[in-house]
Ligand binder design. Structure first.
Ligand SMILES: Nc1ncnc2c1ncn2[C@@H]1O[C@H](COP(=O)(O)OP(=O)(O)OP(=O)(O)O)[C@@H](O)[C@H]1O
Length: 655
């Protein structure tokens, strides 16, 4: 005997509600359309997840049937296109009785998969929230579920099949069917049928369904099949010949057996190319038995910015959670992309990310430890892989060394730095200067300014201006005190440059004062020194806050010439200092020029050139300064006539 229930799924909607008393203890009413809209717009990132939810319900139903001890039927989910458009998902799971269908399908948030006492999802099931089925309303106005329960009826015989139809307006109907109703599955299990709306046809089209099923379900531990109509135009209709194509059943790629380790390497590299779209530089096997987690971390073949969000491909109980899951590894591990399967991590309700709980935190630490171990072991070798890794991902080593002493030791030994002695490691530089102090700049600009001069003086200076490096060098300085590594102040250099003879100083005092006045507006002092390389006419130095305190403190603790010179510094009056090189011909010509305008224009163009040499972009004011200076110099040169600029005093000619 069959009976029919027509009800509203706790969701009468604003219109169909009978007059009611707001009695104390009255139940909430749910507007189903509102809930579906909420799911579609705010919970799920795309309607595509409807298929994942259906597959998940099928897998869980098969698990529940196994738990009954009923393992007679095949563990199988079949996807079938419906004639005239639409999709049928048939599972050989536990099925639903009429009472269960009432309770579970018509109550939002009710799930058979929760642990009653703990209130959390039971570990053997994928689902837990009791909302997944509603996602089908994103692609269809009606969900039909026909089911035959594997449980015996109350009378002891086989349970009658049932048909439940739920509509997105909140109404549903539940009908008991005759035992041999052709609409119902012949064996225990359930069939879900969806028919598309006009705007959702593509979501239920066979090619979309296959692509989604492969993406979400290719690693599922059940047989996932898709029925395809054979390509025969005459063969349409229910009796047309069909073929079944298998979409799942693959072993986890990193667990699959291979004849040799090299074959495994090749297979896993090919898997990365297929699923992640790159050929990895290296592979790190991941294994955390306690979290039921296994997988691989692939090292990216090209550098990425440390701020890039890592996108990992994560399976939970072999169902794809997402291909862009972040927060799975510590931030310094931005150079790997993982593919992994875990059984105890919890999904968020949308099943598109991981729930941030202690298990996730512990997993992140443990995975980070495995990647770190690989990194330390790889960098301990002088292999081609170690070199390529450093070339590509040295930033990761720098980032990790900021908080990790063992990595800091490795970093000091293997990381290349730009130095005045070329590119090299800090350990090499320290070895080359066993007694001297090692200096580092904290900005690239500062390094550019002083490197040519420091190099000519044989001063070892490291460029600490790149990402992480200033902080890293500070840590290296503290960890290897014997290296006497310290930040350089720009003024250091100007003070080790040789001063000019007192006589010469007297000779050019007026000219120098005029140059100094010419750069007054730029907030720049002018001083004269002799230094190598003599091709460099001028160098621009900055005095930053704190330089003087640091210099004084340092001078007090050092006893070499360098320290003595630093100790003699008096505070400069302007923030910038243009150090002219008295060994440079242009500078000498300029100082000798009798024309005050020429001297001022020359000083300004030397200033702008020095700004450019320090790596700064030319600002409009600087460009205008350069232009004005050049026009004046040109005008003077033209007025003087041909050959005038070659005039030199006999004294200058001799140099
Ligand atoms: N194919 C099916 N076979 C048997 N029972 C089903 C099937 N589909 C749904 N159910 C029952 O309906 C309940 C609600 O399903 P729904 O997909 O909404 O939530 P869930 O799977 O429990 O949790 P989640 O929201 O995490 O997916 C399930 O707990 C299950 O008992």
């Amino acid at each position: 005997m069959s009976g029919t229930d027509e009800r509203t799924a706790r969701a009468p909607g604003p219109s169909g509600n009978p007059a009611r008393e707001d009695a104390p203890g009255a139940a909430f009413q749910v507007d189903l359309r509102g809930v579906v809209d909420l799911l579609a717009r705010h919970l799920y990132s795309s309607p595509r997840v409807y298929l994942r939810e259906l597959l998940q319900n099928g897998v869980d139903a098969i698990t529940a049937r196994g738990a009954l001890g009923d393992t007679d039927g095949p563990a199988r989910i079949v996807l079938r296109p419906l004639a005239g458009g639409g999709l049928e998902v048939h599972d050989t799971g536990v099925g639903l009785t009429r009472d269960e269908a009432h309770e579970l399908l018509a109550t939002i948030g009710r799930s058979s998969k929760r642990d009653v006492e703990l209130g959390t999802g039971r570990t053997e099931f994928l689902g837990q929230f009791g909302i997944g089925l509603l996602s089908a309303f994103m692609v269809a106005d009606e969900i039909e579920l026909v089911s035959r329960s594997a449980r015996p009826s109350a009378a002891g015989g086989p349970a009658a099949p049932v048909r439940w139809r739920g509509r997105s307006d909140g109404r549903y109907e539940l009908v008991e069917l005759a035992p041999d109703d052709p609409d119902a599955p012949a064996e225990p299990g359930s069939v879900v049928r969806l028919r598309p709306r006009r705007d959702t046809e593509h979501w239920l089209a066979p090619e979309t369904v296959v692509a989604l099923a492969q993406d979400f379900g290719s690693l599922l531990p059940v047989e996932l099949l898709v029925e395809t109509r054979l390509d025969d135009p005459a063969a349409d209709g229910p009796d047309a010949p069909v073929a079944l194509r298998r979409l799942s059943g693959e072993d986890l790629p990193w667990r699959a057996a291979h004849p040799t380790p090299a074959a495994r390497d090749a297979a896993l590299a090919a898997y990365a190319e297929r699923t992640l779209g790159f050929t990895p530089l290296a592979r790190i096997d991941l294994d955390l038995p306690l979290a039921g987690l296994s997988g691989v971390a692939y090292v990216l073949p090209a550098a990425v910015a440390p701020t890039t969000t890592a996108r990992h491909r994560v399976y939970l109980k072999r169902m794809l959670l997402g291909s862009a899951v972040d927060d799975l590894l510590p931030p310094w591990a931005f150079f790997v992309r993982c593919v992994l399967d875990a059984s105890v991590l919890r999904p968020t309700a949308s099943r598109e990310g991981l729930y941030e709980d202690e298990v996730l935190l512990a997993t992140r630490d443990a995975l980070g430890a495995q990647v770190r171990r690989w990194l330390l072991e790889t960098l301990a070798t002088d292999s081609a892989l170690a070199r390529r890794f450093l070339e590509t991902h040295h930033l990761a080593v720098r980032a990790l060394a900021l908080t990790d002493d063992e990595m800091l030791d490795v970093a000091a030994r293997v990381l290349p730095f730009e130095t005045t002695a070329g590119t090299g490691t800090l350990a090499d530089l320290a070895e080359a200067h066993p007694r001297g102090r090692l200096l580092y700049t904290t900005t690239v600009e500062e390094f550019r300014r002083i490197a040519p001069v420091a190099a000519a003086q044989g001063l070892p200076v490291v460029n600490g201006g790149y990402v992480y490096d200033a902080a890293l060098l500070e840590r290296v300085a503290a960890r290897f005190p014997a290296w006497r590594l310290a930040p350089v102040a720009a003024a250091d250099v100007s003070h080790v440059l040789a001063g000019v003879e007192p006589l010469r100083e007297l000779e050019v005092a007026d000219a120098l004062a005029a140059l100094d006045a010419a750069l007054d507006e730029q907030g720049c002092d002018v001083v004269l020194r002799r230094f190598e390389p003599d091709a460099l006419p001028a160098m621009l130095l900055h005095d930053r806050d704190g330089d003087h305190a640091r210099e004084a403190a340092r001078a007090a603790e050092t006893d070499d010439l360098w320290g003595e010179i630093l100790a003699g510094i008096s505070g400069p009056s302007r923030p910038r200092r243009l150090v002219l090189n008295d060994a440079n011909d242009t500078v000498r010509d300029l100082l000798a020029s009798p024309d005050a305008d020429v001297r001022a224009a020359g000083a300004r163009s030397l200033y702008v050139t020095a700004v450019l040499a320090s790596g700064k972009a030319l600002q409009p004011a600087g460009a205008a300064l350069m232009n004005d200076s050049l026009s004046l110099l040109l005008a003077r040169a033209l007025a003087a006539g041909p050959g005038a600029s070659a005039d030199r005093s006999p004294d200058e000619e001799n140099r």
